[in-house]
Ligand binder design. Structure first.
Ligand code: SAH
Length: 244
């Protein structure tokens, strides 16, 4: 029986891969990877390593999760070293824990290799610090995949009244509704907001605006993209450093 490494691939820039991840990728017999994991990473694999694409992006799954789980089990029974490569960090909206729980139930050995999450690194590449002394003392990472107008929403919008930085992942398609919801709970219309598309890659695009105008300004941006809401967005112009 093999071992499964639930491995973070980082946000896009291949060099943001951890040394630990790289080591296991080089040894892997099989790599099961998502769309969000930069495929250039696969070049690091040894000859004969098999690649299995289980395409997963933006909350949409081309393979249902139970099929992915099953596939992991089958691969672990066939190979020694199975790398399950996930965009960013495997435990940040990556369903990594679901896979780990499944493996545990099947008595398959696993290890978690954390990755650089897009939630922090993508704002950083855009020149936005997620915290800043005197400006924001905390940040929240929230799913933007949920329709904010849905009655069954699990998000407590009232929590966002403070000046914490809010980072929405998977929210590009709901951008308008998210910003409206924040205005509805009392945030000023001119509150700073940014959308960053394909961050840390050569296709990075940064759009800065306000809750009022961001959905108009960000029209046409491509996924993956994340939304940053908070006073920290004001640093963007000054701290912009990543030249493509
Ligand atoms: N586990 C991942 C997140 C998975 S959810 C992590 O830790 O980064 C997928 C969401 O992450 C996307 O919808 C998008 O909001 C965000 N994301 C991932 N990579 C990104 C990138 N390079 N640029 C902008 N957003 C990104």
């Amino acid at each position: 029986m093999g071992k499964v490494y639930l491995t973070g691939a980082g946000p896009g820039d291949v060099e943001l891969l951890t040394i630990k991840a790289l080591k296991v990728i080089k040894k892997a017999d099989v790599i099961m990877y998502d769309r969000l994991a930069n495929a250039d990473i696969l070049k690091e694999a040894k000859d004969g390593c098999r690649f299995v694409f289980v395409g997963k992006e933006d909350g949409k799954h081309s393979l249902p999760q139970d099929k992915i789980n099953r596939l992991l089990e089958i691969e672990a029974k066939k190979s020694q070293i199975v790398v399950r490569l996930k965009g960013g960090d495997p435990f940040v909206f990556g369903r990594g824990a679901e896979e780990a729980l499944y493996l545990k139930k099947q008595n398959i050995e696993f290890e978690i290799i954390p990755g650089v999450t897009s939630a922090i690194s993508v704002p950083a590449y855009a020149g936005i610090p997620v915290t800043h002394r005197g400006v924001s003392v905390s940040f929240r990472v929230v799913t933007g995949h949920e329709d904010p107008n849905k009655k069954s929403s699990q998000i407590t919008w009232e929590n966002f009244k403070s000046n914490d930085t809010i980072i929405f992942l998977m929210g590009l398609h709901n951008l308008h509704d998210i910003t409206q919801k924040l205005i509805n709970i009392g945030k000023p219309k001119d509150y700073p907001c940014a959308v960053i598309s394909r961050g840390t890659t050569k296709d990075q695009k940064v759009v800065v605006g306000t809750l009022q105008n961001i959905s108009q300004k960000a029209k046409g941006l491509k996924t993956p993209a994340l939304i940053v809401v908070g006073e920290v967005v004001k640093f963007q112009q000054e701290l912009e450093w990543f030249k493509i």
